[in-house]
Write a protein that binds this ligand. Structure first.
Ligand code: SF4
Length: 70
């Protein structure tokens, strides 16, 4: 799968700390999100959310649907 680009969906960014989004909180990232499906390689992994079914997301990424888990 290709790697997601910033803005892929749901305000996604590959580095959550750069998002500037009002819902973003320090430490929230794909790798500790309930939708994270595990690393595939090099810090990129799967996301179970349907909006990201066709891409890999960054472990340090973030989108506005982040929920605790991971
Ligand atoms: Fe990352 Fe979670 Fe958004 Fe998927 S739903 S892109 S794992 S923050």
């Amino acid at each position: 799968k290709p790697r997601a680009e910033d803005g892929h969906a749901l305000d996604y960014v590959n580095d959550g700390s750069t998002s500037g989004h009002e819902k973003y909180k320090d430490g929230n990232k794909c790798s500790n999100c309930a939708f994270w499906a595990g690393e595939v390689s090099g810090g990129w992994g799967g996301c179970r959310h349907p909006q990201f079914s066709d891409v890999l997301v960054n472990a340090d990424g973030w989108c506005n649907t982040w929920v605790p888990g991971g």
